[in-house]
Design a protein around this ligand. Sequence first.
Ligand code: ZN
Length: 359
Amino acid sequence: MRIQAACVESIGGPFIIRDLDLEGPGPGEVLVRIRAAGICHTDLSARQLWPRLPMVFGHEGAGTVEAVGAGVKNVGPGDNVCLSYRSCGTCDQCATGQTAYCSTGINALNASGTRPDGSTALSRDGAPVHGHFFSQSSFATYALAHERNCVKIGDLSPVLAAPLGCGVQTGAGTVLNVLRPEPGSVLAVFGAGSVGLSAAMAAVAVGCTVVAVDPAPARREAAQQLGATVIDPAAADVPAAIRDATDGGPHHALDTTGQSAVISQAIAALRQRGTLALVGIGKTAEFDVMTVMTKGLSLRGVIEGDAEPALFIPRLIELHQQGKLPLERIITEFPFTQIEAAAQASLAGEAIKPVLTFA
Ligand code: ZN
């Protein structure tokens, strides 16, 4: 079928909307008419270095199932779904519910640019176009997902549902599934983008105090509106300011930046026996081993908030319905045709969670 999709055609190049052809759903696959799609920093980082071009990104899609391939049982035509990451469902990690750490790997199922067998369902004038990003490539009017990464959302607005599949799940899941803070304890969030603010919302929802550190005024303001104390890293000795604001340091910290200097600030700020969750994409970090050792700190890498989407996304929807996850406060809508402007607004820190809408 003929679809419109935002293609990246050169490394670091802009999103360009093209007419493409999309194959119908194969075994296990689900054709989804996309109604909303969140832009995540992973899309914007990936387009800076992605070698297999042209490529269609997008991994926070939400929409309506149009058709399903052979063997699909959990969803059917007419179901409203949001799309998350895909896992194999059969390896040792998936068998114990740790689908974020699927042994088949994030790469093979989510970030190869093709199906696991090397094929792609997308083409332009007969020439292959890469896609299948997080088993969806949802910067498009239609996407081919897989039964394993579709989660039913009932009558929740697709604009609100879209970011549940990655950014919100990552932030809120890190708090609710990994850190599991006691009510009354303190969480410090480094980077108040959509992941950091989702963590802040979840922490507030379970009775915690939140301190958020971010250089962008718009993100600090959003954090403040969610109930956090905010710190401008350009204007303060960050660890000292956090300790002052938290009566001796936070019990938990979450780094979304992946930056060595920021990770060091988190380690310096944490109170004894605190935990630092690392969720930001980074390369190498240098930190003071003696501080980590003498304070008895724990460092924990986290993918997708340790969340199994089929179980965790319904929990997030419930929290939203209870008014405890005010997603609308971090979302800015853009029409799909304005995808590049939405990307630039995200990079500039003006839009925290841009969500594309489709006519
Ligand atoms: Zn697996």
